[in-house]
Design a protein around this ligand. Structure first.
Ligand code: 3HC
Length: 319
């Protein structure tokens, strides 16, 4: 696929496009857009979709080991939601002219990323709480901002997804609350889960603004409505009081509540971050191998659905 560089585009068209963005107009699939805008969305939306689907793995690990039927049903519903989020996002990504098969191929070839957070192991039930509370909590902050992204299909997918994310965050926080009201061992498990997931959750928002090569154009084209650091700070300020309310301690010796009510934190381990997104995280290989194997195992379902569509295209009238 060839994407024109910005300097190769017709300046008049670029100017008219930017005027539409500045006028808060939504860009729709059939509208003219610079190839660089198209590619930026192809990259971000498909990686977002991959994250939703790969994110099902760490939680799927604990379905058969949930401590009660109630918690199993809740976790099942959450994981099923994530599959749906992946579906909405792949559909939005396909409106940009790339097929889902190609997106999956790019993922399998290591040409596409997914969120670093899903490359960490889930060691016990408290991790289900930490993921719902922190990972979905971080995702909500990012995704609420994306409900105003300039590309129409992406923004609309976000509206639907955000409605379900709040249930995800609440069910995670409920698990952490129940454990913090439990035995000493349960309280230690919850604190250990926070210790392991706190910093990787902050990494979900990406590098600092000064180190984010994509942000300048993303902000100019209103693909992003806030910077990585702004969204990260919003998440930090919202989450720390929640931790303290149930007796959890944020694993950051440099944490400081400032006069304006926001928190100053220590520095993220960026070496770990870039290592994980380069493919050297604790679970990167396992996550991709599982995805490849599940995709191969599901080939017959895709084949059957395609054959059915071919045979009955338009004939079926559901009364
Ligand atoms: N994990 C993996 N890659 C990351 C990353 C992370 N946490 N943060 C940044 N990156 C990558 C970017 O993709 C980019 O690489 P690329 O050019 O090869 O794509 C590079 O690091 C530089 O980062 P930038 O900040 O310059 O890139 P962006 O402007 O794209 O910002 C982002 C990164 C904030 C993650 C942005 O892409 C975004 O908002 N994406 C949509 C939201 C998303 O993908 N969330 C993932 C979690 S989904 C989830 O949690 C599901 C929930 O239901 C549990």
């Amino acid at each position: 696929m060839h994407f024109k560089k910005l300097e190769e585009e017709d300046p008049k068209k670029l100017e008219a496009f930017q005027a539409r963005i500045d006028a808060e107009e939504r860009i729709e699939p059939k509208d003219w857009m610079p190839d660089a805008y198209r590619y930026h969305n192809i990259r971000q939306i498909s990686q977002h979709a991959h994250s939703e689907v790969i994110g099902m793995q760490p939680e799927g690990n604990w379905l058969t080991r949930a401590p009660s039927l109630r918690s199993k049903k809740i976790l099942l519903a959450k994981i099923q939601d994530e599959a749906g989020h992946g579906l909405y996002l792949y559909c939005a990504a396909e409106t940009l002219g790339v097929s889902r098969d190609t997106y999956i191929q790019w993922l399998h070839e290591g040409k596409a990323k997914y969120s670093s957070i899903f490359n960490y192991p889930t060691l016990n039930w408290a991790d289900m709480g930490a993921i719902g509370w922190l990972v979905d909590g971080a995702a909500i902050v990012n995704q609420v901002s994306l409900t105003r992204t300039s590309y129409g299909p992406y923004a609309r997918a976000m509206v639907r997804i955000c409605k379900e994310e709040s249930f995800h965050q609440r069910q995670g926080y409920e698990i952490m609350t129940r454990m913090m009201n439990g035995t000493k061992e349960q309280r230690q498990m919850a604190q250990d889960a926070l210790d392991r997931f706190w910093w990787p959750s902050l990494m979900m928002f990406g590098p600092h603004d000064t180190d984010s090569p994509r942000s300048k154009l993303a902000l100019q084209w209103k693909i992003k409505r806030a910077t990585n650091d702004e969204l990260r700070q919003k998440f930090i300020d919202k989450t720390i009081p929640q931790a303290e309310l149930i007796g959890l301690k944020i694993p950051d010796p440099e944490l400081e509540l400032q006069a304006d009510g926001s928190y100053k934190t220590g520095e993220i381990n960026w070496e770990e971050f870039y290592n994980v997104i380069k493919g050297n995280g604790p679970c990167n290989r396992e996550r991709l191998a599982h995805h490849r194997e599940a995709h191969a195992r599901g080939a017959w379902v895709r084949k059957a659905c395609t054959a059915f569509n071919e045979k009955y295209k338009g004939e079926l009238v559901l009364n």
